[in-house]
Design a protein around this ligand. Structure first.
Ligand code: KG4
Ligand code: ZN
Length: 344
């Protein structure tokens, strides 16, 4: 049994967790920054980095206290090394290096995307490789065939915005606040999903990539026209996103032979319409559907500790000069997608 300390600071959640290789989450601590970013309607990198620097050390102390263990008990320190907002990534990675050095234990530089990709195996011990993962969050929208530890095939990514980003921008356009996903979902509940004609970008196209920028522009036009109720725009937008996610995931399933399950992770997995539609898609393909508990879907350090445990188990550790990376594709062989210059 190995005990891993995990640290996460790549976006707007600061987190520390202690997780064992036999899947016990001894503690997981999280500090969000929603209030700090809310006035700007989105995450401000400089504010995020400063907030991580303020709260990470006390959060680590709290994680040790709750778990009833000390740094000396830890077998390895796993920290997110990218991709993400570089200031925040550096705060977590440097803290992880200092602790690993002080304890004389190995460092594991975790790719945040691998944290998401392996997290379903923390929740579901019998989830076997390979599985198809739809990762839908504020920063990512990817379809990954997860074949093993450090072995991921990226089948698709977004050529512009992530799905969560589209929810956040729609909420801002509709005056619903930040973060936008839950606010849009609440408004959509009393709206008509067929009221506003909106595009389904890339649906039917030959590669399973995503695009949400055109949808966002169409939402802006609908909002400015004054012809529609906010609830109807929210419902029509949500339906359009679900249609895009399902069409693209269906295409990816055809390219994922041998996949044992369809898995969803990321903050957008909280959306009931998204979850229900994916579940139906999996069932139509006679496939198992796995949606980890929501706390594990959104950014957290337990998934980083768990990815660390999986890597540690196969002997993958990193030197203390491991770099912090703003961009770090999980699949180094993935062909860059035209228009996707800013996405990992
Ligand atoms: O995974 P996450 O916590 O952080 C990132 O790595 O981005 O995802 C946050 C994203 C935000 O864009 C938020 O608006 C979206 O997930 N989200 C939702 C819902 N809850 C959160 N989107 C749609 N419906 C929801 N209920
Ligand atoms: Zn994430």
């Amino acid at each position: 049994m190995a005990l891993i300390l995990g640290l996460e600071s790549s976006c707007d959640e600061t987190a520390a967790a202690l997780v064992t290789s036999d899947r016990r989450v001894l503690s997981h601590k999280l500090a969000g920054q929603e209030a700090a970013h809310a006035p700007y309607g989105g995450v401000v990198p400089e504010i995020a980095a400063r907030a991580h620097a303020d709260v990470l050390a006390p959060l680590i102390s709290a994680a040790f206290e709750e778990a009833g263990v000390t740094l000396a008990d830890v077998d390895a320190v796993a920290a997110t090394a990218g991709p993400g907002l570089i200031g925040g990534v550096m705060v977590g990675l440097v803290t992880g290096k200092a602790l690993a050095h002080a304890a004389g234990k190995p460092l594991i530089a975790v790719n945040h995307l691998e944290g998401h990709a392996l997290s379903p195996r923390l929740a579901e011990p019998d989830l076997a490789f390979p599985y198809l993962l739809l990762l839908v969050s504020g920063g990512h929208c990817q379809l990954l065939l997860v074949r093993g530890v450090g072995d991921h095939v990226r089948l698709a990514t977004t050529i512009d915005d992530a799905a969560g980003e589209a929810f956040d921008k729609t909420a801002k356009l509709l005056g619903l606040g930040f973060p936008g996903g839950p606010a849009v979902e609440r408004a959509a509940a009393s709206g008509d999903p067929a009221a506003v004609p909106l595009p389904r970008p890339l649906v039917g196209s030959g590669e399973p990539h995503f695009s949400f920028a055109g949808l966002k522009s169409a939402v802006a036009r609908a909002a400015q026209s004054g012809d529609y109720r906010v609830e109807d725009i929210a419902a029509s937008f949500s339906k359009a996103v679900v249609d895009c996610l399902i069409d693209r995931t269906r295409l990816a399933l055809a390219r994922a032979p041998g996949a044992t399950a369809l898995v969803v992770a990321g903050g957008v997995a909280a959306n009931k319409g998204v979850r229900d539609a994916l579940q139906s898609l999996a069932h139509a393909h006679d496939m198992r559907f796995v949606a980890p508990p929501l706390w594990l879907c959104t950014d957290n350090a337990a998934m980083i500790a768990w990815a660390g445990a999986e890597r540690f188990a196969v002997g993958l550790t990193d030197p203390l000069d491991a770099p912090a990376r703003a961009r770090w594709p999980l699949d180094p062989d993935a062909v860059p997608v035209r228009g996707a210059g800013v996405k990992a």
